[in-house]
Design a protein around this ligand. Sequence first.
Ligand SMILES: [Zn+2]
Length: 310
Amino acid sequence: MAAGSLFDVKNFSRLSQMAKRWQLIFSLMLVLSFVFPSTAYSRVSKSHSAIKRTTTKMVTRTTTRTRKVATTKSTRAKTKKIATRKRTAKKRPVRVASRFMWYAPINTSPLNPAVSARLGANFRRGLASRYSPQDLVRAGVFTHSPLRGGIRPRSQQISHLIIHSTETASPADARTVVKSWNHGLSHPGTQYIVDRDGRIHQTVDPKYATIHVNERRTLGGVTNDNSIGIEIVRAGSQKYTQVQLASLVQLVDYVQERYGIRNIYGHGQIQPSTRTDPVAFNWNLFSRNLATIRSATTQTAYKESLDEQG
Ligand SMILES: [Zn+2]
């Protein structure tokens, strides 16, 4: 074994002395650590919890802000939605389904025959404007062919009279035409239909509006609420009958007088982009006949006033 090697006796005693010294240092440190608890550690710990708190605060703040932003965004979106809905609601024409009625109230019980005859005679002479549409139904001057749905209270004063022709695919009488309209709560229809046998059908009292023009396409401010519609029954190459035209003139005269209407139009005149009815209608003949009944009315009224004066 070589001299000065790690395991000789001299070295061994030196090593044991060093170990003893280190043992002393360690035990001293141990005692000191008990007497003075580690301030350094507590400081680190404290600062760590502070960081933790700050982070939590920051996270909370960020979350709140995010939530706030989200809420603001969703609120803004909601407000936008409502505004859009309001705008579309404004743009849409005032045609609310709930305003439509299935039936309009009417008393159809017949008047006594003498009264009915007098009302009928006055109607044909153009002297019936003081009688209500209901009275004329009760006198049998108008035939009650009720609309089921497609009726609504008027939102405007009556100022126009629109004449149509039914133009069905195949010949159909007034009752069949009304039946063909009566589907659902809001459907087309006119207040009157003049059949080929000269019979005048009233579907509803003209104090109610019906849908007989397309308000988005009409000229001259004609709406369903400010107009009364009269259909003349006609199809294909049919000509209007004499009795039909005579009844039409009497009806137009009555409606004009009763409601103070000055404007009479054909559907095609006020809705030229999509309608041409009344088809093959002789406006000159109609105007002449209307003037005749009007002058007769005026003459009769003049005579009656003379009679009253004695
Ligand atoms: Zn029409």
